[in-house]
Write a protein that binds this ligand. Structure first.
Ligand code: ZN
Ligand code: ZN
Length: 315
């Protein structure tokens, strides 16, 4: 139910809503891809640091932010948008300035299993090595139904299935970069992987991090707000203070914004915890609400009420 309602809002935003409510403006230049098949949302690429770029929806929801490593050995991408955006993503990759001498797509990493991040595995996985956490592969072996939004996500084809799964940690050496894959348990899901490009000093945190908004936490699939909080605390320790951070959703940031996100997680959790310990029901806590200072974190996908429910049910 919790999962379903989040994906309903995903679909609503993606296909029906005023696009401006979910815009991630200022994050890139839109290439002219009016001729490219796919949904009407514009997709744009921009450089982040070193050899790492990001591709994101510019005027609406295309899915989670896509991290891109370019170089003479070929391309590596982290996540690949909602189903249907494969041609727009390809087009955006071709517009990257740093990519004039890039080779083929060699590696594909999924930060986690959600279809707004892995929606085009089948398309891109054919000639690339696909890597996920080990808990993700079984989820791709079955169909997922979202009846409220009349959507069915079929099981992945052979091309869309992971070739390599990792348990805790792995390192890829590619394009002269040392790329660290780190699993963070019980956070957004049970199988979240963060990808850190050491040489370029950029980390892609997937949906462990929603920049400036309340995050979605998939409690039905091993996610937990307390686990996510511990993960962000660990990430702030682990990655350099001057690292650039690609969130799953929202604009690219530095570690300062990640710290603000941690503060929000901790302080809103305290409010809900105190109320729950005082014997209040979920409905009573929602009626009471959070401090006014957190109101700007509410957004089309996760309202304050939805966030309170996720925290309440994580405790
Ligand atoms: Zn997402
Ligand atoms: Zn997700």
């Amino acid at each position: 139910m919790r999962t379903t309602s989040f994906f309903v809002s995903l679909a609503t935003a993606a296909f029906f809503c005023s696009a401006s409510t979910v815009a991630q403006a200022g994050a890139g230049h839109a290439a002219d891809h009016s001729h490219v098949p796919g949904p009407s949302v514009k997709v744009g690429a921009s450089e982040v640091n070193g050899n790492v770029s990001v591709v994101m929806g510019l005027d609406g929801f295309a899915g989670g932010n896509v991290g891109v490593l370019t170089g003479p050995d070929g391309l590596l991408i982290v996540d690949n948008f909602m189903p249907g955006f494969q041609h727009k993503l390809e087009h955006a990759l071709n517009t990257l300035k740093t990519c004039s001498d890039c080779g083929d797509l060699k590696y594909l990493i999924n930060t986690h299993w959600h279809f707004d991040h892995s929606g085009n595995n089948d398309h891109f996985g054919d000639n690339a090595v696909l890597i996920t956490h080990e808990t993700v592969r079984p989820l791709y072996q079955k169909q997922h139904d979202y009846p409220e939004m009349k959507m069915v996500v079929p099981k992945k084809t052979r091309a869309g299935m992971p070739d390599i799964t990792i348990a805790q940690k792995a390192t890829i050496y590619f394009n002269g970069e040392e790329i660290e894959l780190m699993h963070y348990p019980k956070s957004h899901t049970s199988g979240d992987v963060a990808v850190y490009f050491k040489g370029s000093n950029v980390v892609h945190l997937g949906d462990l991090y929603f920049n400036g908004t309340f995050p979605y936490v998939d409690l039905d699939n091993g996610g937990n707000v307390l686990g996510m909080t511990a993960t962000i605390e660990a990430a702030l320790e682990h990655y350099p203070a001057d690292a650039k951070v690609i969130p799953g959703h929202g604009p690219v940031s530095g570690m300062v914004e990640l710290k603000a996100y941690l503060d929000m997680l901790k302080e809103t959790t305290e409010i809900v915890r105190d109320a729950k310990n005082a014997g209040m029901s979920l409905e009573e806590v929602q009626k009471k609400g959070l401090d006014e200072r957190w109101s700007s974190w509410s957004w089309v996908f996760i309202s304050t009420d939805a966030w309170i429910a996720q925290v309440y049910n994580s405790l």
